[in-house]
Design a protein around this ligand. Structure first.
Ligand code: GLU
Length: 300
């Protein structure tokens, strides 16, 4: 790249195949897609299929079909995260070799009384200096330096991991790689420069930045969109009964997503074709409309 050339934008959507996409997932997909397209960026699709116990048979295929039906066009081949397990293992062993990660045999019960912060439980460091043999999770060491980043919508976010989360799990006790490590490795391997996703992952970001720093990876820009909730305040999710996205009525559902994303589409947009809706969205995308909103209450 020549000096002065703009840095290429590479964005992504990274659903886990734990069930079909619902309206909340559509908002994250639309926001990441429009943010990439309006920055002349690439938009990659990565299926995060590394947690078989939580996965639902057929969900990956269903997610892909649904995205196609809504008119999303990803660049390149779909990446299945399970295919990068060697890279996850390499990252893990690099941390272990440098004594930046250690085995931990603490069970949920052992940690039941651990103090908590806004990031969750604060690991008290029980196994920092070694633990018995046997099945163990692996935790990465943290320190108390400030990890701060400027979220494009939410502003400055800063945490001190050692006192707010403590050393955190990067490989689970059941041997599966933890989301925090896998996502960092895959974002690096795919050259992701921009992460657009839901606010539920805002608190994970400092842990991911910490891992990027230890592994000498680059840190993308982050934009976390507000979470959509039911009228009673519960997050829209499979657990709270959010239905799968419809495969008919895609035009009106996409237009409704643009409304919830505060883009103010004209009232007749829902009656137009998908290409027309996407074309309107591309011309009018203003993520700033969501600035500093924490939640969106679903209106219909
Ligand atoms: N796979 C995660 C999920 O479906 C999202 C990962 C990310 O965007 O960082 O919640």
């Amino acid at each position: 790249m020549q000096a002065g050339e703009p840095i290429p934008y590479v964005g992504r959507f990274a659903p886990s195949p734990t069930g079909p996409l619902h309206f909340g997932s559509l908002l994250a997909a639309v926001a990441s897609y429009l943010q990439a397209r309006t920055n002349n960026g690439q938009w990659l699709l990565r299926i995060e299929d590394i947690d078989p116990p939580r996965e639902q048979a057929g969900a990956s295929k269903d997610i892909i079909t649904t995205l196609q039906r809504y008119g999303f066009e990803w660049d390149g081949d779909i990446v299945f995260q399970s295919a990068s397990s060697d890279a996850h293992d390499r990252a893990l062993s690099s941390l272990r070799k440098r004594n930046l990660a250690y085995r931990c045999r603490c069970s949920r019960r052992d940690l039941a009384n651990a103090p908590r912060s806004s990031l969750g439980i604060i690991y008290p460091g029980t196994c920092r200096n070694g633990c018995d043999r046997g099945e163990a999770a692996i935790r990465v060491r943290t320190d108390d330096s400030e990890i701060a980043f400027e979220d494009i919508l939410q502003g400055r976010v800063a945490h001190r991991l050692e006192s707010e989360s403590g050393d955190f799990v990067i490989r689970r006790r059941d041997g599966l790689m933890a989301y925090q490590l896998a996502v960092v490795v895959d974002d690096e391997m795919q050259g992701i420069t921009e992460v657009v996703r839901g606010m539920d992952l805002l608190d994970s970001t400092p842990r991911q930045i910490w891992l990027q720093q230890l592994l000498d990876f680059s840190t993308p820009h982050y934009l976390h969109i507000p979470l959509i909730t039911h009228a009673n305040g519960d997050k829209l999710s499979k657990l709270t009964g959010a239905p799968a996205l419809p495969l008919d009525a895609v035009e009106s559902t996409l237009a409704a997503a643009l409304t919830e994303l505060r883009q103010g589409p004209p009232s007749d947009l829902a009656g137009r074709s998908l290409p027309e809706i996407w074309s309107w969205a591309n011309k009018n995308w203003q993520p700033g409309q969501l600035r500093r909103l924490k939640t969106i209450v679903k209106t219909s």
